[in-house]
Design a protein around this ligand. Structure first.
Ligand code: MTE
Length: 399
């Protein structure tokens, strides 16, 4: 079984390297180490992770097939997984400690039992990896070749970060809050440490999450505690946190720069972008994805109606509308938005389509949010393939 895996992965890796060999490797490329990453869709039986697409074996990266985007809350075994390094191998809830230090009046350490005594708050949040859709960006860029499914939604619960910080007392010099995870760092790889500005850290919906959909976090998702920074790129939500430090400036490290930054001006492949001409990624883009019918589906004309459905999200904004086109973008009709909603969560949507005649069709979906942002026809190209959000499309045959 293992040999079969390795064989599949090696073939895919060779193909992948071939595929990207022509692409320019430029400054600011995705910070993940190019190890066993591959672009093809590979469904793998990972314990407790049904039907997920394996994007990297070392370190574990699992994508959710878009067909799974049919429940407002994603069941935990279907929630995508993104790791930059090895997950911590031994985690004993009794031994785990969270230290708070830096620009605080009273540095302290909390056990899980102490943390659980702080009032719990819940936030339904759509978590999306900044690199979701990187595999669709043209020209291609290196990094995990995510298709559309590095995004999922869950109800996260735990104490508010601000209540935890209050115990230590933030000094007026505290401007950023840094999280360190317990990942096992291979060799000389820089550890996964990132920071968020104090305003977002003190927001009433930013959590030290211990639970997901009502159950303790699983190991893949950061047991026993992770940061939950709602509406922001997934990388802000550090897993397996063991240290929170209040800083007087943004943390300096690989996963803050060059990682997870965008050029201030549009860049072309081959451009060298200086770090001072970039800014850190924060909130997510407006985006919709079609989860059915599947790309390439053959639909029966006899049944008459086709239910086009999917999900749409917009980070810190709300979804205002989702429009569907079945004529390649000439005309657009509004989809029906699902009744389940929460500020940072995706909206499921659906559209009853009656294909007038048999033939080949391209179905498009386009979301607009409360800030007036609309999905563009082409995503803004950037050297790391971040925040891809072009209008989604599937091709179907009605016969
Ligand atoms: N936290 C740690 N400690 N190590 C990581 O590699 N990956 C980040 C973030 N938190 C990461 C981390 C990234 S890039 C994403 S998109 C989210 O976790 C993914 O969260 P999930 O695996 O629970 O879906």
């Amino acid at each position: 079984m293992f040999a079969k895996y390795v064989c599949k992965i090696m073939n895919s890796r060779r193909d992948f390297l071939k595929q990207i060999s022509g692409a320019a490797l430029v400054a600011g490329a995705a910070p993940s180490i190019l190890t066993w990453a591959f672009p093809q869709r590979q469904v793998v039986e990972f314990p407790g992770e049904d039907g997920m697409i394996l994007r990297s074996f070392r370190f574990v990266d699992l994508e959710s097939p878009v067909e799974y985007f049919n429940t407002w809350l994603t069941p935990v075994p279907h929630f995508f997984v993104r790791n930059h390094m090895h997950e911590p191998s031994e985690l004993d809830a009794n031994d785990w400690r969270l230290s708070l230090g830096g620009e605080v009046e009273k540095p302290l350490t909390l056990s899980l039992a102490e943390l659980s005594k702080i009032e719990t708050h819940s936030v339904v949040n759509t978590l999306e990896c900044a690199g979701n859709g990187r595999g669709l960006q043209r020209p291609q860029v290196p990094g995990i070749q995510w298709d559309k499914g590095a995004v999922s939604t869950a109800r996260f619960s735990g104490p508010r970060l601000r209540d935890v910080l209050q115990r230590a007392g933030v000094k007026s010099t505290g401007k950023h809050v840094m999280f360190r995870g317990l990942d096992e760092v291979p060799g000389k790889v820089p550890p996964f440490i990132r920071s968020i500005p104090i305003e977002k850290a003190l927001d009433a919906d930013t959590l030290v999450a211990t639970h997901m959909n009502g159950s303790p976090l699983t190991k893949h998702h950061g047991f026993p505690a992770r940061a939950l920074v709602p509406g922001w790129i997934g990388a802000a939500s550090c897993k397996w946190i063991t240290e929170i430090k209040v800083l007087d400036a943004e943390f300096v490290g690989n996963f803050m720069s060059p990682g997870y930054r965008l050029p201030n001006q549009p860049a072309k492949p081959g451009d060298v972008v200086k770090p001072e001409d970039t800014h850190p990624l924060t909130g997510l883009n407006v985006k919709s994805v079609i989860s059915g019918p599947s790309d390439g589906a053959s639909l029966s004309f006899k049944t008459g109606k086709v239910l086009v459905h999917g999900a749409a999200w917009a980070g810190e904004a709300d979804i205002a509308k989702v429009e569907i086109s079945t004529d390649g973008g000439t005309s657009w009709r509004s989809a029906k938005l699902g009744h389940e909603q929460a500020h940072y969560a995706w909206r499921l949507w659906s559209y009853d389509w009656k294909a007038g005649k048999s033939g080949d069709y391209t179905i498009l979906s386009r979301a607009t949010d409360s800030k007036g942002r609309t999905q563009p026809a082409t995503a803004v190209w950037n050297p790391s393939g971040y925040l891809y959000n072009a209008i989604d499309e599937v091709k179907v045959h009605v016969g």
